[in-house]
Design a protein around this ligand. Structure first.
Ligand SMILES: *Cc1c(COP(=O)(O)O)cnc(C)c1O
Length: 379
């Protein structure tokens, strides 16, 4: 099996697994147990991971809240911030191509009396900053715009958006589950108030995430989603999953160490993959932008061939038609729809997500299999 679905999840880095194992075995303490060494060891491990992730963002450890994943982080940011600040205004701004873990909480808020503006995007998936400016009202309290899109890889202009938010004193949240480890996220330089991260998108474990919350005055107010022991500064009650947190910290550290190496590798792989396919399949349509984008993915349409049929033919390739997160619904991708593509083009689309562990040989094998499958399906 050649794994080309690295935007859905990534394999665990072997070094990450090694870092986690002692915390499943001998160091099993509860990080909130203050009365014995097993608790202190667990707390020290969590503190270390918190620092590793903070360093990757140029943030401080106090600004890192551990959650069960980017889905929870997004829910906590959007629902938690809106509910705690409803007296200051009931309007939010987001984008049509966001992950469902942003769009669905926004819909929930609409049920609760909030209004949400869903900004459109151009054919490259980018918002128009003038449209963002124009959407801002006196009652706007939150702007949530993802850093990198999970289906097409578009990178939004975070620095410019951050400036606009700051000028208008509006809180700015960004879903960076895909961007973390692939673009530089220096929160000293960029005005982002809250940022969502996920462990399993950076060769870490599934089921762990982070919500970064900027320390500022006055303090950002969020209403928790979970109540209980008051863990994570009262924002996320529940016993911390120490092994996963340790693994996420290690994965973040490795991502920073390998930043340039990974980026170069992914760019090379993506270019080889695309140029090889283009040579053999001249009618190929590229649905994702070629510039201003994530280094690791491509969204392509194969005219005259349905994406489903192609995937059935390519049993040895792990690929997907759009986002795994909404694969429960067979609806055509809301992201490709927002780009303005026809139903036909969307139906023939496939997302390819490359990763750290893909080799050049695998990539060439994959293109070979795709070219043969297209020939077969067309004849
Ligand atoms: C994967 C992903 C999520 C969800 O993260 P989980 O940790 O799986 O909950 C949210 N947003 C984006 C952009 C993603 O790619």
């Amino acid at each position: 099996m050649i794994y080309l679905d690295n935007n859905a999840t990534t394999p665990l880095d072997p070094a990450v697994l090694e870092s986690m194992l002692p915390y499943f075995k001998q160091y099993f303490g509860n990080a909130a147990s203050h009365s014995h060494a097993l608790g202190w060891q667990a707390k020290a491990a969590v503190d270390h991971a918190r620092k590793q992730i903070a360093e990757a963002l140029c943030a401080t450890a106090e600004e890192i809240i551990f959650t069960s994943g980017a889905t929870e982080s997004n829910n906590l940011a959007v629902l938690g911030y809106a509910r705690a600040n409803r007296d200051f205004g009931r309007h939010l701004i987001t984008v049509a191509t966001e992950h469902k873990a942003i769009l669905d909480p926004c819909q929930q808020l609409e049920q609760e009396g909030f209004e949400v503006t869903y900004l459109p995007v151009n054919s490259a998936g980018l918002i128009d900053l003038k449209e963002l400016q124009a959407a801002i009202r006196t009652e706007t309290i939150l702007i949530s715009i993802m850093a990198a899109n999970n289906e097409i890889g578009t990178l939004q202009a975070l620095a410019s958006i951050g400036k606009i938010a700051k000028t208008h004193h509006i809180c700015f949240h960004s879903d960076a589950a895909q961007a973390f480890g692939k673009i530089s996220l220096d929160l000293q330089k960029t005005n982002i108030d809250m940022l969502s991260l996920s462990g399993h998108k950076i060769y870490g474990p599934k089921g762990v995430g982070v919500l970064y919350i900027r320390q500022k005055k006055p303090k950002l107010q969020l209403q928790p989603l979970l109540f209980g022991g008051g863990h994570e500064r009262g924002l996320r009650s529940g016993t911390l999953h120490v092994p996963e947190i340790v693994g996420f910290g290690k994965a973040a550290e490795i991502a920073m160490e390998r930043f340039e190496k990974d980026q170069q590798h992914l760019e090379n792989v993506r270019k080889t993959f695309l140029s090889t396919l283009q040579k053999e399949i001249p009618e190929l349509e590229i649905n994702s932008p070629l510039e201003n984008r994530l280094c690791n993915n491509l969204n392509l349409s194969f005219p005259g061939v349905s994406g489903e049929a192609l995937m059935m033919e390519l049993r040895d390739l792990a690929i997907s038609s759009g986002s795994a997160c909404s694969s429960a619904s067979p609806e055509p991708s809301h992201v490709l729809k927002a780009l303005g593509f026809s139903k036909k083009r969307i139906k023939s689309s496939i997302r390819f997500g490359f990763g750290r562990f893909n080799t050049e040989a695998e990539i060439l094998k994959a293109t070979d299999l795709i070219i043969k499958a297209i020939d077969k399906l067309k004849s």
